[in-house]
Design a protein around this ligand. Structure first.
Ligand SMILES: [Zn+2]
Length: 356
């Protein structure tokens, strides 16, 4: 089958590899659609998460590994002992794996497992291919209201769902989202899905700002507007209840989120920062403000996103900006997003059955 494998820094190759084989407790799926994620760009530009000559402790496979971890598929084969799934079912895959035995797992935080890993960059195949075999516990049968494109969007929405859940946002909450990339726009959709009505989005890029506005946000440009000042004025001088940094762009974004929240408000870090951010700790004391992070997701987050989409409260389809074939995943996908595409694309979906 055709697959995109990451060999090293800026060395990803589309090539023929053996089809994966089912074993007891696993499910084989034909890939329908797979999303290109910021993490794919991160590992392509910086090199594989696990060096090619080492094995991830839960996958026991040496690289190069197949890329792509946001994908939907149709079940084509079931391993011995698999129950509750049938050939032909449309499924989504939760790509993260955990050991179930470390302290974090036993505390109920498997997303923070000592041995965590991901299908699609640490081993176990990936979405930029034609077939994947994964453990049944990672495979979610989708309700009849889903089509395969929607199924491929569940994973990236779940990355946004968890921080919204952790923030406690609900009807009546006021919110600020910094950055309207795929995760920031996902935060906007998830906030709306839990009933939040007043959502300010800070985004300098014109096309992403326009999409955030279309999706119901009050959009400001941080290059021309003081974000914290605006958020305080827009909430009658109080500050917003919750703020999310989905940008991580520079040392200004997080302090502006912190300056925008009310006393006892919460900032959730969702972005991958590339440097140190100076903070003034007196606000933690005198304002009893909280700063926390949200990393990956759990089974609960994944199930709640599927339920929210099924019920109609969450519709991520407006985030799809392009659909391309697997044979174009480098040129019109990863390399495009690392270049001009960043300004115009949000979510690019890739299918092995589309051809250039
Ligand atoms: Zn663990």
């Amino acid at each position: 089958m055709l697959a995109l494998r990451l060999y090293g820094v800026k060395d990803a190759r589309l090539e023929q590899v053996d089809e994966p084989v089912v074993s007891p407790g696993t499910v084989k799926r034909r890939i329908e659609w797979a999303g290109v994620c910021g993490s794919d760009l991160h590992f392509y530009a910086g090199g594989p998460s696990v060096p090619a000559d080492q094995e991830h402790p839960l996958f026991h496979e040496q690289g190069p590994h197949i890329m792509g971890h946001e994908f939907s598929g149709i079940v084509t084969e079931l391993g011995d002992g698999v129950t509750g799934l049938s050939i032909g079912d449309l499924v989504a895959v939760r790509p993260n794996v955990w050991d179930g035995t470390c302290e974090a797992c036993l505390r109920g935080e498997p997303n923070l497992c000592d041995n965590r890993g991901n299908i699609g960059y640490d081993g176990g195949g990936g979405g930029f291919s034609e077939f994947v075999v994964a453990p049944q516990e990672n495979v979610y049968k989708l309700p009849a209201s889903f089509d395969a494109k929607l199924g491929a969007l569940v994973e990236s929405l779940t990355v946004a769902w968890r921080p919204v859940r952790k923030s406690g946002a609900k009807k009546g909450t006021t919110a600020l989202v910094i950055g309207a990339g795929p995760i920031g726009l996902g935060l906007l959709l998830c906030l709306k899905a839990v009933g939040v009505e007043q959502i300010i989005v800070s985004e300098p890029g014109a096309s992403r700002a326009a999409l955030a506005k279309q999706l119901g946000a009050d959009v400001i440009n941080p290059m021309t507007t003081d974000v914290a000042k605006y958020a305080i004025e827009a909430t009658s001088g109080k500050g917003v209840d919750v703020a999310f940094d989905a940008s991580g762009f520079d040392e200004n974004t997080l302090p502006s989120a912190f300056g925008a929240i009310r006393v006892a408000g919460t900032v959730v870090v969702v972005a991958r920062f590339h440097g140190i951010v100076p903070m003034d700790p007196k606000d933690f004391l005198f304002g009893e403000k909280t700063i926390t992070g949200s990393y990956s997701y759990t089974d609960q987050d994944f199930r709640e996103v599927i339920e929210a989409i099924d019920s109609g409260r969450l519709d991520p389809m407006p985030l799809v900006s392009s659909t391309i074939g697997l044979d174009e995943v480098m040129t019109r996908g990863i390399e495009h997003l690392l270049g001009d595409g960043r300004a115009t694309e949000v979510k690019i979906l890739v299918s092995p059955s589309l051809h250039a």
